[in-house]
Design a protein around this ligand. Structure first.
Ligand SMILES: [Zn+2]
Length: 185
């Protein structure tokens, strides 16, 4: 089992910026913690970046595709123009049955552990979901633009990583993934 972890943004691209905080840094913190936890669970990991560097979207897909990873997990934080928007949502590529399934497990664990608002599982044609050849999900962990959510992201990055791990492990236990890989991305 080989998982690609993709901490969104990095280097020249900060992602969302709220006060002194940049999304790229939070994504990396959660991504590195996720890497450490997965390795402890005897799951192999490849990172699209493990430091603050610019990696374009196609490079991220290339890293995962060349390494023939089984699943691709992209980590992001949400942001909106009004601070009241909050909660967790996860994305799969439209029509991806396996991605939708993995999303649901990860989403459930995140909202249970972090007590964030459940914004549900969604479909979107995000670049890294479209151009990776394996099932891929994109996690919008919480809203940096919401003070309560931002506090969670800053104070409990390990809980986000642990929840994503728990969702992945439950998915793997409950899914005949080799068979599903052959059906549909
Ligand atoms: Zn982002």
């Amino acid at each position: 089992m080989l998982i690609a972890i993709d901490p969104g943004h990095g280097g020249k691209d900060p992602g969302a910026v709220v006060g002194d905080y940049k999304e790229k840094d939070i994504n990396l913190t959660i991504g590195l913690k996720l890497r450490d936890i997965l390795i402890k669970e005897n799951i192999s990991v490849i990172m699209t970046r493990d430091k603050d560097e610019t990696v374009d979207l196609q490079q991220r897909c290339d890293i995962a595709n060349k390494s023939k990873v089984n699943y691709f997990i992209s980590i992001h934080c949400n942001s909106f123009t009004v601070p009241s928007a909050n909660g967790t949502e996860t994305y799969a590529y439209p029509g991806s049955i396996v991605g939708r399934n993995l999303d649901q497990y990860v989403q459930n664990e995140l909202v249970e552990m972090l007590k964030t608002k459940d914004r549900g599982v969604k479909y979107e044609k995000f670049y890294v979901l479209k151009y990776t050849v394996m099932p891929a999900i994109l996690v919008e962990t919480a809203f940096m633009s919401n003070p309560g959510n931002l506090e969670l992201l800053l104070q409990k990055p390990e809980d986000f990583a642990r929840a994503i791990t728990n969702g992945l492990l439950k998915f793997l236990r409950n899914t005949d993934y080799e068979q599903m890989d052959n059906i549909e991305n």
